[in-house]
Write a protein that binds this ligand. Structure first.
Ligand code: AMP
Ligand code: MN
Ligand code: MN
Ligand code: MN
Length: 284
């Protein structure tokens, strides 16, 4: 399949921190001209069968997807998995373990927010949660916007939910090697999500990609809703240099919060090997 394909291989539903159901997302992707779609909820594959069924009903091609939270060199890194067997037991078990710490972390976040005068944040965030095992910072952000503490979610993250801010709680996620192995051993391909978002210096970024490849990681997101056009070029060059295949995905979460809608990004630059070429046999 060609580079010029409207593939959207990064999106979130109510099964993690999106606001649409898998069926609503499928319909929106299809209406926007998406030809190949993947639902990639955080640390959770509970929406995969619904997403596949909805895509098939619309005649849209589908790849299974997930976005795993990983701790690498003291930072959170996201690894997208594509084209795996959604019934793989080891992957399901690894994701369950990764989700495990979220509830305690959320209660600690609420305790910290209470100390700066924001009360009831845990219960407030829970109102937005579609999956009790998946309370995330995004749900807190929605509560702080609802209660007019902040005007929008980027402001919440800036003022409260990022390192050094009063609602931020240090957390240990999955190991990089574990996440890559869970995905590849389930028959999928591991992809470094939105590398332009991490605060690594070039040495640490190089270490991330080197270690990722050593574990069997094969892809990198080049065109994503989190990158600037300059970063499309930067990470296209990196993909070529390191021999990684390239992915494209909006990272769509919500019609009112996301800057980029499903299927609306530029196509992948030429001379890259798209992930969907490598995953041809896994497309459903
Ligand atoms: P968590 O997995 O609970 O740490 O939450 C991470 C999620 O928060 C990401 O997947 C995004 O959806 C959201 N997020 C992170 N940083 C920002 C930001 N600066 N602005 C808006 N949303 C963000
Ligand atoms: Mn998210
Ligand atoms: Mn992410
Ligand atoms: Mn995402």
């Amino acid at each position: 399949m060609p580079n010029i394909l409207n593939a959207d291989l990064h999106s979130h539903s109510v099964v993690s921190d999106g606001t649409l159901t898998p069926e609503e997302l499928a319909a929106r992707a299809h209406a926007n001209g998406v030809e190949l779609w993947a639902l990639t909820d955080h640390d959770e594959i509970g929406g995969q069968h619904r997403a596949l069924a909805a895509a098939k009903a619309l005649g849209m091609r589908y790849l299974t997807g997930v976005e795993i939270s990983v701790t690498f060199a003291g930072q959170t890194v996201h690894i997208v998995g594509l084209g795996f067997d959604a019934d793989n037991a080891q992957l399901a078990q690894g994701l369950r373990k990764t989700r495990g710490g979220r509830d305690v972390r959320a209660q600690e976040m609420a305790d910290q927010l209470a100390k700066v005068g924001i009360h009831g944040a845990y219960e407030g965030a829970l109102k937005y949660v579609g999956n009790p095992e998946l309370i995330s910072r995004t749900h807190f952000a929605r509560f702080l916007v609802e209660t007019e503490v902040c005007k929008d979610t980027p402001e919440v993250f800036r003022k409260y939910l990022t390192e050094g801010k009063p609602g931020y709680v240090e957390h240990r996620w999955a190991g990089l090697g574990d996440a890559v192995h869970w995905i590849t051993e389930a028959g999928g391909i591991a992809v470094v999500a939105h590398p332009g978002r991490y605060k690594f210096n070039s040495t640490a970024e190089y270490a991330l990609f080197t270690e990722f490849k050593t574990h069997g990681g094969q892809g990198v997101e080049v065109v994503t809703g989190s990158h600037t056009p300059a970063e499309y070029i930067e990470y296209a060059d990196l993909a070529k240099e390191l021999g990684l295949c390239a992915s494209r995905g909006s990272d769509f979460h919500s019609p009112t919060e996301s800057r980029i809608d499903l299927g609306q990004l530029p196509f992948l630059p030429g001379q890259l090997t798209p992930v969907w070429e490598v995953l041809e046999s896994r497309i459903q």
